[in-house]
Write a protein that binds this ligand. Structure first.
Ligand SMILES: *Cc1c(COP(=O)(O)O)cnc(C)c1O
Length: 354
């Protein structure tokens, strides 16, 4: 048969997400999903919205954008919403970087290179420093727009806002765009959102999949100056003029508005994270100082693959990346205290047996 695919389709290397095997019940700590269910207000909002499903959703997602704007102290015109931040990121690549140069750390969210291929981006990878921190000067020197995740994945490390701000200012002087993917910022210390009020070259992308526990819903957003948001909107409206559906908009709004629940669950996860890191270090593992809802850990002598297999045999899934520099690490999502007890027990057994 003739290969009917376009050059763009032939060029893509699809992103591979954490596996979801069904051969048995697993403790699933391989996709950085939230340890807890979403706010109970989400269920109420969804139930109420079902009776309105015969109507198309609001094209402007005004209520959801208003809630997000209020949560971050920005204007609704500075908020773009989409079907998961993956889609927001895809439209970001299309709107700002198609055919242009874009620089990113070599070890970061592995979806960026996929979008880069699909949209013919001149994508430059700048190696993380030896200690896995982001090479800010290298990104500036590499040219074009800049994107990175902060805190970064899979390293779990957060770049301080002083460094983010300094980079944003230098890029601003050169008329270059900075995109900060803050999927994990709720578990960290800072945010670049205030920068978007001051500079017109900063776009912050957020998701409701992690801290808001809505990975199954698909909702994400971007915050930036009105011109950037308008550019995203223009590209999106050329593909699908309806943004998130009614259920997603209602659920996302309820989750964003329940700030007390967000704070409570995030602080529980951070407490479990720090305690688990302490216990893994006591087992002789090296654990990077995480500002996310996952731990990036390695053992100086025992191969990550052996630990991965031991965890799996005990019914626990974690993420492993077959890439130079990453291949001896495990990325372990922070679950509940009970789940992390199982992880620590399993690793203690595996390490004791070495
Ligand atoms: C999880 C994650 C996303 C994707 O979030 P969705 O909203 O579920 O598409 C984006 N960026 C990073 C760095 C992530 O870890």
């Amino acid at each position: 048969m003739r290969d009917f695919r376009s050059a763009a389709a032939r060029g893509v290397t699809p992103y591979v997400c954490g596996e979801q095997p069904t051969d048995r019940a697993y403790i699933k700590l391989n996709a950085n999903e939230n340890a807890y269910p979403p706010s109970p207000r989400v269920a109420e909002a969804v139930a109420a919205e079902v009776s309105r499903l015969q109507y198309y959703p609001d094209m402007t997602s005004a209520a959801l954008r208003g809630a997000i704007a209020a949560a971050h102290g920005v204007r609704p015109e500075q908020v773009y919403v989409g079907n998961g931040s993956d889609e927001v990121l895809a439209f970001t690549f299309l709107a700002f970087f198609a055919g242009e140069r874009l620089s990113a750390p070599d070890l970061t969210y592995s979806f960026y290179p996929c979008y880069a291929k699909l949209f013919d981006v001149d994508y430059r990878e700048v190696p993380l420093r030896q200690d896995f921190t982001v090479d800010v000067d290298g990104l500036e020197a590499s040219g074009g727009g800049v994107i990175f995740a902060n805190p970064n994945a899979p390293t779990s490390l957060e770049l301080g806002q002083d460094a983010v701000r300094a980079l944003a200012l230098r890029l601003s002087e050169q008329d270059r765009l900075l995109v900060v993917d803050e999927a994990y910022a709720a578990f960290g210390e800072g945010t670049a959102i205030p920068l978007t009020q001051e500079l017109d070259n900063v776009l912050v992308v957020r998701t409701l999949s992690k801290a808001h526990a809505l990975a199954g819903l698909r909702a994400g957003y971007a915050i930036g100056c009105e011109a950037l948001i308008g550019a995203l909107q223009g590209v999106k409206d050329s593909v699908n003029s309806y943004p998130v559906d009614r259920i997603a908009a209602a659920a996302a709004q309820a989750a964003v508005e329940d700030e007390a629940y967000l704070r409570r669950t995030v602080s529980m996860i951070c407490r479990t994270r720090d305690e688990t890191a302490r216990r893994l270090r006591a087992l002789g593992m090296t654990v990077l100082p995480s500002r996310t809802n996952f731990l990036f850990a390695t053992h100086p002598r025992v191969q990550a693959r052996a630990l991965l297999a031991a965890l799996r045999a005990d019914g626990i899934l974690v993420r492993h990346f077959q890439r130079p520099r990453l291949e001896n690490f495990l990325r372990i999502t922070v679950g509940t205290d009970e789940q992390m007890d199982r992880v620590v027990d399993s690793l203690a057994r595996a390490l004791g047996a070495q």
